[in-house]
Design a protein around this ligand. Structure first.
Ligand code: 5GP
Ligand code: MN
Ligand code: MN
Length: 478
């Protein structure tokens, strides 16, 4: 019921904590009226209110403009619980642990390779396995590699296996390696599921997209990121595949029992959680960090493949230099500080958006802030933004992670057929590769909210600043 939302700032709406007896803090949404209208038919607002009942939750449960219904927690939500005893909840992170996006710049001018985009996308599709069950070609062949990837993250892949360049590491959130990962807490089944999935896209919403830089909004920030209008970028969206999914499944099952032991009662069992200080909470955190490292490594292997394919397909024609702009997680919980206290910050379908003054911002971005990527859809723009210092408190250092789905997969398929969509995109100069027409239709641009509107709300609310707009020319769908 949207009428309970009070406007507390121009783009922030709130359900006060006294709205329901079990709320510990208010629920807040960054949005405008038209975006709010779009959530009235799903359960996301009720889910956000449920999140405010978590033991130890601080500030408010925060919804982003791309908020929509998810498992227990809404997608597009942020929740910070105060340590040491605040809880960690797998549903607040999501099944695809460290699903995230990585942007590569190429230095290639689109005009010079216009007729080579189709073969490029074709070769990328041959080199990058996609689809739900598909496996990659870099196998976690032995115990050493499992430990290396899950605990050592991208630095291990670069230094020991030679996948990618040493410079890549600095341009990944947390240097591509989250401290606190512990493979002992990852089940054999999870490891088995991830064994041959490094370097794979996975199904559905995941993608690898070749784009043109269309417009700049902040020249200085764009320059720091090496973004030049007319040049090609590649945006990679994938996560921890079956490994992360299994970690989430394992601990959701266990936490039901743990909650009873700690006398935790919640309005929705999908919010299953455990105190961060508990033995089970610590084990999940260790496993979750390991899955996050696997996801960073997955995007690293894909980066390596993109470099190989670009060198092979375009190498003769252009002087390409494929470099990582940034890699940011949008399904993760991290320990972060506010005013000297530590919190477990859950971001599910939400992006960390550190301003220039925060730690972990690469030296090259010290003056501009951490890059943030907001993909739209295969037929619309995607955006590059940067985090701000001003909004740190209001946004819990976060911003949104996409346009957000506005139509179910089934509804999308009813509205448009895959063949028709493929044709329409082709007529606009966008090449797509997707395992099936049905899966393509589920991901149709009309299934997503208006990304321009979402990005405008984010920037007007001041929680991130626009830097550049990217337009798709070739899309590989999972
Ligand atoms: P999620 O992580 O929630 O699955 O998706 C993140 C966002 O990616 C979605 O909200 C949607 O706006 C965007 N998206 C989905 N498919 C595509 C695509 O093929 N290309 C681009 N650029 N964005 C997409
Ligand atoms: Mn994902
Ligand atoms: Mn994602």
């Amino acid at each position: 019921d949207l009428s309970k939302l009070e406007r507390v700032e121009e783009f922030i709406y709130e359900i006060p904590a006294d709205y329901r007896d079990d709320m510990n803090v208010p629920a807040r949404i960054v949005a405008d009226r038209s975006l709010l209208e779009q959530i009235k038919d799903d359960l996301s607002l009720e889910q956000l209110i449920n999140v405010t009942t978590l033991p130890g939750i601080a500030f408010w449960a925060l919804g982003m403009p791309d908020i929509h219904q998810g498992y227990g927690f809404p997608v597009g939500g942020v929740a910070a619980t105060k340590l040491p005893d605040g809880v960690i909840s797998p549903g607040g992170i999501g099944f695809d642990i460290n699903c995230g996006v990585r942007l590569l710049r190429t230095g290639i001018v689109h005009r010079d390779v216009r007729d080579k985009i189709e073969p490029l996308v074709h070769e990328l599709s041959r080199s990058v396995p996609s689809g739900y069950g598909r496996s990659g070609r870099l196998t976690l062949a032995n115990a050493q590699m499992v430990e290396g990837v899950l605990e050592g993250g991208v630095p291990y892949l670069v230094e020991r296996i030679g996948v990618g360049e040493p410079d890549d590491v600095e341009f990944i959130e947390s240097g591509g390696r989250i401290d606190g990962a512990n493979i002992a807490f990852v089940s054999e089944k999870a490891k088995q599921r991830g064994r041959d999935q490094l370097g794979t896209l996975g199904g559905g919403n995941h993608f690898l997209e070749v784009q043109v830089i269309d417009e700049l909004f902040d020249e200085a920030a764009a320059e720091a990121m090496g973004l030049v209008p007319g040049e090609l970028t590649v945006l990679i969206h994938t996560g921890s595949r079956g490994l992360g999914h299994q970690v989430c499944t394992d601990y959701l099952r266990e936490f039901g029992r743990v909650m009873a032991e700690h006398d935790i009662e919640l309005p929705d069992r999908q919010l299953a959680c455990a105190p961060m200080s508990s033995e089970a909470g610590k084990r999940y955190f260790g496993a979750m960090c390991a899955a996050a490292n696997f996801a960073f490594c997955n995007r690293q292997v894909l980066t390596h493949r993109v470099r190989q394919v670009i060198a092979r397909e375009l190498g003769e024609a252009v002087d390409a230099k494929v470099e990582v702009v940034y890699d940011v997680a949008h399904n993760i919980a991290k320990v972060e500080e506010f005013d000297g206290d530590e919190y477990c910050v859950h971001r599910k379908g939400a992006t960390r958006a550190f301003g220039p003054s925060m730690p972990d911002v690469p030296t090259a971005y010290r003056d501009i802030g951490q890059p943030v990527f907001i993909p739209g859809s295969m037929g619309t723009s995607s955006f590059v933004l940067v985090g701000t210092d001003e909004a740190a408190a209001a946004s819990l250092n976060s911003t949104c992670h996409g346009a957000g789905r506005q139509m179910s997969r089934t509804a999308a398929k009813k509205r448009i057929g895959g063949k028709e969509l493929r044709k329409e995109l082709a007529s606009r100069g966008i090449v797509v590769r997707c395992p099936s027409n049905a899966e393509l239709a589920e991901e149709a641009p009309l299934a997503y909210k208006d990304v321009d509107r979402v990005v405008d709300v984010v920037s007007q609310a001041g929680i991130a600043n626009k830097v550049a707009r990217l337009r798709p020319v070739g899309v590989l769908k999972g």
